[in-house]
Design a protein around this ligand. Structure first.
Ligand code: CA
Length: 225
């Protein structure tokens, strides 16, 4: 349950657009927290965050990676992506990254408000607990824990975020292929296993208690011990 005013985290690097959207949200009685890049967005998500309006083209990171990192940290608030692109694969990748809706620029502010209202109604619990102390940084594509940092490739980052975002759940191979290679590249099935093996080694290297279990023939599951 949310207490007090729902807070919307607005992440947009375009000053003019950010001001227009922020004003419209405040006129609706919402509390608005703004961020202009992915790094600040991650730091700004709190338990009060009821929804996130997230630009995909940020100066330091892809908004979809920011969304994955938020999910991996346990942020469950619905995410409405803003993007200048309208390609079909972009849409699919947006949803694979854990986004809830998608708006293509330019858009009318009333359309954004209508969609956001739907998402806010759907928004339930919004905790931001950091699962077992692991932090995924979408701008550096890095994994860190207790002061130890390990760089990840963009694909490793996306795979790990997809798994950590759904703890204890089996994520199917097909979903992982889509998450890891959002631009629709055709990759050999074995490639996925090789990437998972690399991510496992990196988890061990930062002393993570999270493990990626193989569910034979189905997919993988992130468990914490
Ligand atoms: Ca932008």
């Amino acid at each position: 349950m949310l207490l007090g005013m729902p807070t919307v985290l607005l992440v947009e690097d375009d000053h003019a657009l950010r001001d227009v959207v922020a004003r419209a949200l405040r006129e609706e009685g919402l509390t608005v927290v703004t961020a202009t890049d992915g790094h600040t967005a991650l730091a700004s998500a709190t338990e009060q965050t009821a929804a996130v309006v997230l630009d995909i083209g940020l100066p330091d990171a892809d908004g979809r990676d920011v969304c994955l990192a938020l999910r991996a940290r346990g942020v469950r608030a619905p995410v409405l992506f803003l993007t200048a692109k309208d390609a079909v694969h972009e849409r699919l990748a947006g949803f694979a990254a854990g986004g809830d809706d998608y708006l293509t620029k330019p858009f009318h502010i009333s359309e954004l408000m209508a969609r956001l209202r739907v998402l806010l109604r759907r928004s339930e619990s919004t905790s931001t607990s950091t699962r077992s102390g692991l932090v995924l940084d979408p701008s550096l594509h890095a994994l860190s824990r207790a002061g130890q940092t390990m760089p990840l490739s963009p694909t490793e980052f996306r795979l790990l975020a997809a798994l950590l975002g759904r703890p204890d759940e089996v994520v199917r191979r097909r979903e992982l292929l889509r998450a890891g290679w959002p631009d629709g590249a055709i990759v050999h099935e074995n490639t996925l296993d090789q990437y998972i093996a690399r991510v496992r080694r990196k988890l061990q290297q930062v002393g993570a208690t999270d493990r990626l279990e193989t569910v034979r023939g189905v997919g993988y599951r992130a468990v914490s011990s």
